[in-house]
Design a protein around this ligand. Sequence first.
Ligand SMILES: C[S@@+](CC[C@H](N)C(=O)[O-])C[C@H]1O[C@@H](n2cnc3c(N)ncnc32)[C@H](O)[C@@H]1O
Length: 212
Amino acid sequence: MIIETNSSHLRKEHWDSIFQSTDYTQVLWHQSSPQKSIDAIKKYLKDDANIIDVGCGASFLVDNLLHDGYKNITLLDTSKTSLDIVKQRLQDDALEYVCDDILNFKTLKKFDIWHDRAVFHFLLTKKERQKYFEVLSKSLKKGAKAIISTFRVDGPIQCAGLNIVQYNHEKMLQELPQNLELIQSEKYTHITPKKSEQEYIYFVITKKDIHM
Ligand SMILES: C[S@@+](CC[C@H](N)C(=O)[O-])C[C@H]1O[C@@H](n2cnc3c(N)ncnc32)[C@H](O)[C@@H]1O
C-alpha cells in the first residue's frame, strides 16, 4: 500500500509511527557506519563548521561527527520520536534539535554544510522541490556545500511505504535554481540491514556568490 504524505502534518504522523513501531537499526536505510557522508563532510569542512543534518532520523552520522571533533551540529527531523532516540543515545546538550518539516524551516543561523540522506527524494512535486531549495539557499552561507543523497535511477522506487523520485546527474541539474551549482555526483550502493542492495547517488552542491 502506498501512503500519501502530501502535507507536513501527514509526513510527521507517518514518520513518527515508523520510529515508534520499528527498531531503527533494522530499517532499510540504516547504516551502521555512514562513511560516505562522513568522508564528504570532512573533505569540505573544518571541525568548527556549522552543520545541519536535514531529516537526520536516528542516524549515527552525528555520533561520528562528534567523535571526529565537530561540535556545531543541528539535527532537524519532522519526527520528534527520531530526535528523542538520538537525544537519549547521545545525552549531549550542545547539540541543537529542531522538530520541523524542512519545507517550513526558518533559521537566522547560516550553515557551512547541509547534509540530507534519503529525504529530498520524498518530495514528489516541483513546487515542494522548489521550496526545499529556497529553504536550503536561505540557510547556507555563500560558498557553503550541500551534500544530498537520494535513490538513483535504476534504484528503489519506494522507501518506508512512500513513493520517491529517483535521480541522476542530469535530473538533479534540472532541479537546481540559478544560485546553486552541482559540483559532484557519485554513485553508491548501500547494503541494507537485511543484506539487500540499494542504489544511491550523492550530490555535492555549492551555493554561488550571487543574489537571487
Ligand atoms: C529514510 S529516513 C533517512 C534518515 C537519515 N537521514 C539516515 O540516513 O539514516 C528519512 C528521514 O527524513 C525525515 N523526513 C521525511 N520528510 C521530511 C520532511 N519533509 N522534513 C523533515 N524531515 C523529514 C523522516 O522523519 C526520516 O527520519
